[in-house]
Design a protein around this ligand. Sequence first.
Ligand code: NDP
Ligand code: OXD
Length: 308
Amino acid sequence: MKILVHTAGSDSAAWIDALNQALPEAGIDRWPAARAADADYALLWKPPPELVRDLAHAKAIFNLGAGVDSMPELSALPRDVLLVRLDDAGMAEQMIEYVLHAVIRRYREFDAYVDQQREGLWHQRSRLSKNEFTVGILGAGVLGAEVARAFVRLGFPVQVWSRTPKAISGVTSFAGPQELDSFLASTRVLVCLLPLTRETKDLLDQVRLARLPRGAYLVNVARGAVVVDADLLALIDSGHLEGATLDVFRDEPLPKAHPFWHHPRIVLTPHVSAVTRVEASVAQISAKIRRLEAGLPVTGIVDRRHGY
Ligand code: NDP
Ligand code: OXD
């Protein structure tokens, strides 16, 4: 069995070592040193189009992340080459930590207390009501559902919006474009965990963001292009939105001149909310390769009609 690895410039040695340990019977090589056309399986992150085109005879391509938006030529890939994304693989726990921090920082008004400290001001602010602090999560898949459960455990009202309805204990489900407006109108902190697809690109524009109640807050940990930057900035500057925590951007690294960098109401991080972990990912992928070799089904297959 031949396995090809391409990690888009980041060091592939750790991946190759972990794969050699997990699948000692396989031949593991880097692209372009090895030919893509000979590979049975490929582990890829941000591959160039010519690499994907040459994998027409592979059994499966494993995307080294949850989002497949950077996988080029999805439509050109033959239907019988499975495209498999990472299911959690250690990312849900990281995502929960990040989003809990961002939401609780806002809910418990830590930034206001930092300002008060700078002014030498001892003032106990009246507590915001948790019952009115509804956390609305766009996307209730592998990561969104886990983040929703974490907020339920802390006693927040939680609602999710997805393509198909969900039954998650303690969570109100909204589904489809027809229910988006009512979901937004009843959300106090909006957490975006949607994949970037034809349908979700630019979804959070002026009209959608303005449906959020005055004082709402945005946490985007999915993909930058789901949000229209200028519309977000205009709504924060007009006072309709309180601010945003952003981990992902339309262009990454975020260009130096982008107004997000120095905006007083925006907290940003460089795409770190949930990073791919080599060991957990190789354990998941190697178990899936063994299942596929045994003719068994695997989870995490990307539905190319929907693009995620
Ligand atoms: P999943 O595919 O498991 O979940 C996607 C969710 O989005 C599903 O609930 C799906 O609905 C919903 N959805 C997709 N399209 C639409 C639509 N048009 N309308 C309404 N709902 C829609 O993905 P994950 O939870 O694993 O990951 C989500 C995203 O998070 C990734 O695609 C990636 O972009 C991002 N990510 C970011 C990371 C970071 O470090 N910043 C790390 C990891 C992931 P349904 O359930 O009905 O199919
Ligand atoms: C992912 C990511 O999609 O790291 O996994 O953004």
